[in-house]
Design a protein around this ligand. Structure first.
Ligand SMILES: Cc1cc2nc3c(=O)[nH]c(=O)nc-3n(C[C@H](O)[C@H](O)[C@H](O)COP(=O)(O)O)c2cc1C
Length: 195
């Protein structure tokens, strides 16, 4: 059992990373392997320049049971880097994520966290991915990793998320062993607005 955690901040070891490591710690403590992938580094290149990162991401998808998307809050939204990456990654490889659990995590100094959180969760909910919740919306507050470490409620929210994610992954795994699979997809009907 493995979870991939995406860090969409240009700061590799910043606040988002600090939140993600707390989630990863709780997953590890509950027998789930983790890997943090930093995708924030190309924050100013265009969506079509993401090719190699998308390939790297796609190559990991067969081996994972869950995905955590992490982003700093920029102007009450997710970072441009993660948003560009996810648009392309889900458009090209969303099918491989179907049935795997997902959660998003955001880090902000003060406000806009729930708007960014809502935005990120929509990648899961258009892709048949069960969304894992915690005891509060998944956010931490701070401008530096040290400040995030002082956000005790935020860190607790991250740990609860990790534990809940491990629990759900194990439930799904047990279901599969007993013949309970994700329902087959209907052939997609695609209507534009009302037509
Ligand atoms: C361009 C930019 C926009 C930001 N916008 C917001 C914002 O709307 N609300 C907020 O609370 N913090 C905002 N921040 C602060 C970051 O969200 C916050 O410091 C975050 O924890 C940084 O995470 P990181 O260290 O992983 O990059 C902004 C920072 C930058 C650089």
């Amino acid at each position: 059992m493995k979870v991939l955690l995406l860090n969409g901040s240009p700061r590799e070891f910043g606040c988002t990373y600090t939140a993600l490591t707390e989630v990863a710690g709780a997953l590890n403590a509950n027998d789930v392997e983790t890997e943090i992938m930093w995708i924030g580094r190309d924050s100013f290149s265009g969506v079509y320049e993401y090719g190699s990162l998308i390939d790297e991401f796609a190559a990991k998808l067969d081996d994972i049971d869950g995905l955590v998307i992490g982003s700093p809050v920029y102007y009450a939204a997710s970072s441009g880097a993660i948003s560009m990456f996810l648009d392309k990654a889900f458009y090209t490889n969303g099918g491989k994520l179907r049935g795997k659990v997902g959660a998003s995590v955001v880090s902000c100094r003060r406000g806009g966290a729930s708007a960014a959180f809502d935005e990120l969760n929509k990648y899961f909910t258009i892709n048949s991915m069960p969304v894992v919740s915690s005891q509060y919306w998944n956010q931490v507050h701070g401008n530096t990793p040290d400040e995030v470490r002082q956000d005790l409620e935020g860190l607790q929210t991250m740990r609860t998320l990790g534990k809940n994610m491990a629990w759900l992954i194990k439930c799904i795994e047990l279901g599969k062993k007993n013949g309970i699979e994700i329902p087959p997809q209907e052939k997609k009907t695609s209507t534009n607005f009302i037509r």
